[in-house]
Design a protein around this ligand. Structure first.
Ligand code: DAH
Length: 396
C-alpha cells in the first residue's frame, strides 16, 4: 500500500497534508496513497493538483457508492431489506456517512465542491430509498387488502331469533278473545294452600276428588296447586264485584308422563260473578269463545258433568274442526272434541268466599292450555311441547 511511503515530515511541511491520514475513511486508502506519492515528490505545488485528481477519484468513489446503493435498493423486495440498505449507506456507520465524516479534513476551499458531491449522492440515495419505500408500502397494502378482502356479496349471518312457544301462542289467543269480551287477566300462586285448592272449592278432606287430583304436598296445608280454580276463591274473597276474569297458570298433578299427561301443565280458569248471571250467559260466552278459537262454523255441545265447585256443571265439546262434525280419525269418529269443564258457581262456594248467593250468581270454566295447543296445531303428543326441540318448535 503506497500510503506507507508517506512521511510525517512531508505532511507537516506542506501543511496541506495535516490530518490527511485521518482522511482515510473519506478518501479511501487509494486516495491517500495518491496524495502521499504526489505529495512526496511535489510537497506544495503539486498538492493542489493532487486534490483535483483526488477529487476525481472521490467522484468515482461516490459514483460507485451511489450505484451500489441504487442497485441494492432496487434489489430490496421488502421494507426490512430496504431499511438494511439505508443503514448500510446512510446509517451512523454507513458508507456515505463515513465519507461525510471525512469532510472536516477536506481543505476549506474544496469543501463546497466535495460537500456538493456527497450531498448529491446522498440525495440520490435518499430519493431512491423513498421511492422504493413507497412502492413496497403500496405493494404491502395491496397484499393486505387482497388477503383481508371482504366479500360484500356474501349473505349476512342471520341472528337466530326465537319465537313464541305453541303454548304461549295458544294462551295469547285465548287471552285476546276474553279481553275482547271485557275480561281481566289475573294470576294466582302455584304453591297454594290446600284451603284454596280444595276446601273453598267444595272439596273437603277425604273427598274422592282429592284422589283424582293427587299432588305434591309441601306440608299438610300447602300443595302445588292441581288446578287454576283456587284463583276463583282468591278473587271472590277480595269482594270486588262484579267479577269477570281469566286466570292462566301452571298446575301440577301426580301423573305419569304420556302422550296426553304430564305432571306439570297449564290451565286457564274463567270466572264471572254478577247479578243475574245465568247458564245462558255461560253458554253464550263459551260458544263465542269456541267460534273465535276454532272458526265461525264451530258448534258447541254442553254435556252434563260433575265438578264439586259448580252446580250445575258441564263438559263442553266442539264440532271437530277437521271433519266439521262428520267424524274422522282426529275426533275418533265422533265428530266432537271435548275442550273444557264449566258450570254455575256453587252457592256454597260463593258463600265460603264471602259473596251472598241470593244476590249474586256466576259461572266458571277451566280449559287445559296444552289441550288447546294440541288441537289447534294438530300436535299428537303432549311431550313434544316440553322437549324444547327447536326443529319442532320453529314450526309454529
Ligand atoms: N278445575 C277443573 C279441573 O282441573 C276444571 C274446571 C271445571 C274448572 C269446571 C272450572 C269449572 O272452573 O267450572 O278439572
Amino acid at each position: 500500500m503506497r500510503v506507507k511511503h508517506l512521511r510525517a515530515c512531508d505532511l507537516q511541511e506542506s501543511g496541506w497534508y495535516r490530518g490527511t491520514l485521518s482522511f482515510v475513511p473519506f478518501g479511501t486508502k487509494l486516495f491517500c496513497g495518491v496524495m502521499a506519492d504526489k505529495g512526496r515528490s511535489h510537497p506544495l505545488s503539486d498538492c493542489r493538483r493532487t486534490w483535483k485528481e483526488s477529487l476525481l477519484i472521490m467522484k468515482e468513489k461516490l459514483k460507485e457508492i451511489r450505484e451500489e446503493a441504487l442497485s441494492q435498493i432496487l434489489a430490496s423486495d421488502t421494507l426490512d431489506k430496504l431499511n438494511e440498505v439505508r443503514v448500510a449507506f446512510l446509517g451512523k456507520k454507513g458508507k456515505l456517512t463515513a465519507v461525510l465524516k471525512g469532510m472536516k479534513d477536506v481543505p476549506a476551499e474544496e469543501r463546497p465542491m466535495v460537500g456538493q458531491m456527497v450531498n448529491d449522492t446522498r440525495t440520490a440515495i435518499e430519493e431512491a430509498l423513498e421511492e422504493t419505500k413507497k412502492k413496497l408500502e403500496a405493494a404491502a397494502r395491496e397484499e393486505q387488502l387482497r388477503k383481508e378482502v371482504i366479500d360484500v356479496t356474501l349473505p349476512a349471518k342471520k341472528n337466530l331469533v326465537g319465537h313464541r312457544h305453541p303454548n304461549t301462542i295458544a294462551l295469547e289467543e285465548v287471552e285476546r278473545i276474553f279481553i275482547g269480551m271485557g275480561y281481566e287477566v289475573v294470576e294466582g300462586p302455584e304453591v297454594e294452600y290446600d284451603l284454596y285448592n280444595f276446601e273453598k272449592l267444595n272439596i273437603p278432606a277425604n273427598h274422592p276428588a282429592k284422589d283424582e287430583q293427587d299432588t305434591f304436598y309441601i306440608n299438610k296445608e300447602i300443595v302445588l296447586r292441581t288446578q287454576t280454580s283456587p284463583v276463583q276463591a282468591r278473587i271472590m274473597e277480595q269482594g270486588k264485584l262484579p267479577i269477570r276474569v281469566i286466570a292462566p297458570g301452571r298446575v301440577f298433578r301426580s301423573d305419569e308422563v304420556d302422550a296426553t299427561h304430564s305432571p306439570s301443565f297449564h290451565q286457564i280458569e274463567g270466572l264471572v260473578v254478577d247479578k243475574n248471571i245465568t247458564f245462558a250467559d255461560l253458554k253464550g260466552t263459551l260458544e263465542q269463545f269456541a267460534k273465535e278459537l276454532f272458526g265461525p262454523e264451530t258448534k258447541t255441545k254442553f254435556r252434563p258433568h260433575h265438578f264439586p265447585f259448580t252446580e250445575p256443571s258441564a263438559e263442553v265439546d266442539v264440532t271437530c274442526f277437521k271433519c266439521g262434525g262428520k267424524g274422522c280419525r282426529f275426533c275418533k269418529g265422533s265428530g266432537w272434541i271435548e275442550i273444557l269443564g264449566c258450570g254455575m258457581v256453587h252457592p256454597h262456594v260463593l258463600e265460603m268466599c264471602g259473596i251472598d248467593p241470593e244476590e249474586y250468581t256466576g259461572f266458571a270454566f277451566g280449559v287445559g292450555l296444552e289441550r288447546i295447543a294440541l288441537l289447534k296445531y294438530e300436535i299428537d303428543d303432549m311431550r313434544l311441547l316440553y322437549e324444547n326441540d327447536i326443529r319442532f318448535l320453529r314450526q309454529f
